[in-house]
Design a protein around this ligand. Sequence first.
Ligand SMILES: O=P(O)(O)OC[C@@H](O)[C@@H](O)c1c[nH]c2ccccc12
Length: 272
Amino acid sequence: MNILEKIVVRKHEEIAESKKLRSISDLEKEALFLRRNLSLSSVLREAETPQIISEFKRKSPSKGIINARVEPEIVTADYVKEGAAALSVLTDTDFFGGSFDDFLRARLANPQIPMLRKDFIVDEYQLYEAKSIGADIILLIAACLSPEQVQTLARQAHALGLEVLLEVHSTEELQQTLCDDVDMVGVNNRNLKTFETSTETSLIISEHIPDSFVKISESGLQDPQTILELFRAGYKGFLIGETFMKTTDPGAALADLQVQLSKASNSNLLLL
Ligand SMILES: O=P(O)(O)OC[C@@H](O)[C@@H](O)c1c[nH]c2ccccc12
């Protein structure tokens, strides 16, 4: 079994356990369930500069512990202060060290910014969980879902008022799973089966994504020139975790990247 298959097996066990403890109608009673959804896709569609989606990630199967000393409310509030367009918070515990508690602490500290529940969604129940913790966006990973599952989950997410980010790692995955209920396509530069990262992946897949879908490049991003190159290829959003989280002050690392991005885009303008 590769790591993705292991994660999915574990996910199904967790969901079965959670369903015994809390039914969908229990989740619907949570105060945040009725919260009005904030749209990330409409912000990105209008964006004239690269927009950063900043991730709160404590650890990962590929990197081990990235940062053991951070508080979600502090890091995410700093991200917002430094101009993040949205927040992504891991809720998977066993493989990424995240939790609903992390998500809720970030949500309550930042009521006004779109938030992505970053997890491995394989069951409708998790969409209700996402609503109950105040998520605006959910991720559907093509590599662990059938085209039918993507379609059904995307439709169900929309019915709950959640936006859908479809994650792909190849043109084939894109062509097999893209459907009308997807709002944004995220190209993961990291292969979830081998953990290899290459931003070329985003460049290669870019032209196959129809213009009606907002494009986001995910993982392994650090260099401002690469981000600008991808922006020119049509990517509006950039999902970044490790580059920020591996530092002692993730908010300051985002601020630094924003400065570098604006410097680089100014000097690129001069070159034109
Ligand atoms: O930390 P990075 O390399 O900047 O990557 C962030 C994000 O793209 C990554 O965490 C991610 C992308 N897709 C996922 C799916 C599940 C878990 C995690 C991910």
